[in-house]
Design a protein around this ligand. Structure first.
Ligand SMILES: C[S@@+](CC[C@H](N)C(=O)[O-])C[C@H]1O[C@@H](n2cnc3c(N)ncnc32)[C@H](O)[C@@H]1O
Length: 261
């Protein structure tokens, strides 16, 4: 019992530590903004963007290192053909692509603060010829079209910890589904709403301030439902959070599924 309480408490404190790092990143971002573009401080969207950009520059590489021990490397290596990478951030997944399998990658990344890092990683990974940064959110249909992204043209959609942040996830998943070719593959690794009642309460509590500091990320989304309602799927190799994830405020949904042919 004592061990059980200890393990739960430790798991529930972890997001608080992350929030404290985010708050420090926020102070740094605020200082930078007030020097470079003082008027931006009064725009909530720009302020949130700058805070997340600063946070991800600090935490992105550490999270990428930790992801090395998860299913992420093997999932990313399965991307093939024309790839739509949603929210590539600073390009942490790029070294994990199997270059022999991919012909083109569109990286849809709205946070401009991360673009320098992303460009650096594209070069380092030898993807200059085939990687195109699309500077918008996945909801920006006009910008996607400008970059030639059209319906039924994507072989692989890659979403590593992004569906928690997109606006209106049900609608976004329907649009993503429409961009995929028949038999196209969706690869996800996402933190989702817990199935444990106490953990859901903890997620809901954190979620009052979490999206402000962490780039509109939500801890309590039912991402599997958003994916499943998007359209008709064929083969499904999605793994929902396991019983061992019960007391994690960040339980994972991971794997692949294929659009029906
Ligand atoms: C937690 S980070 C993950 C970054 C990267 N996928 C990785 O695994 O390192 C979430 C990313 O999603 C991006 N993002 C947020 N909202 C988005 C949207 N509406 N469309 C596309 N990307 C978005 C963020 O800017 C950020 O780069």
């Amino acid at each position: 019992m004592a061990l059980y309480i200890f393990e739960r408490s430790t798991a529930y404190i972890r997001p608080l530590i992350f929030l404290m790092i985010a708050a420090s990143a926020g102070i740094l971002a605020l200082m930078r903004l007030s020097i470079r573009s003082p008027s931006s401080i009064f725009s909530l969207a720009k302020l949130k963007d700058a805070i997340f950009g600063q946070l991800w520059l600090i935490m992105g590489p550490k999270i990428a290192e930790a992801d090395q021990e998860t299913s992420v490397p093997s999932l990313v290596a399965q991307a093939s053909g024309v790839v739509l990478e949603i929210g590539p951030g600073i390009g942490s997944q790029l070294p994990r692509f199997d270059k022999s399998k991919i012909t083109k990658v569109y990286g849809v990344e709205p946070c401009l603060h991360l673009h320098d890092g992303l460009r650096r990683q594209i070069k380092e990974s030898g993807l200059d010829d085939i990687y195109e940064i699309v500077p918008c959110g996945i909801e920006d249909v006009v910008e996607l079209k400008k970059h030639g992204i059209a319906l039924s043209m994507i072989d692989t959609v890659l979403s590593i910890q992004v569906l928690c942040s997109v606006p209106d996830p049900d609608e976004m998943m329907r649009r993503i589904y429409a961009l995929m070719k028949p038999n196209g593959r969706l690869i996800v690794y996402e933190h989702v709403k817990s199935t444990d009642n106490l953990s859901v309460i903890v997620q809901n509590m954190y979620n009052v301030i979490w999206p402000f500091f962490v780039g509109d990320c939500n801890l309590n989304r039912n991402t599997e439902r958003s994916i499943m309602q998007a359209g008709t799927w064929g083969k499904n190799q999605l793994t929902p959070p396991t019983a061992e994830d019960a007391w994690s405020p960040l339980p994972r949904l991971q794997g692949s599924l294929w659009k029906a042919g």
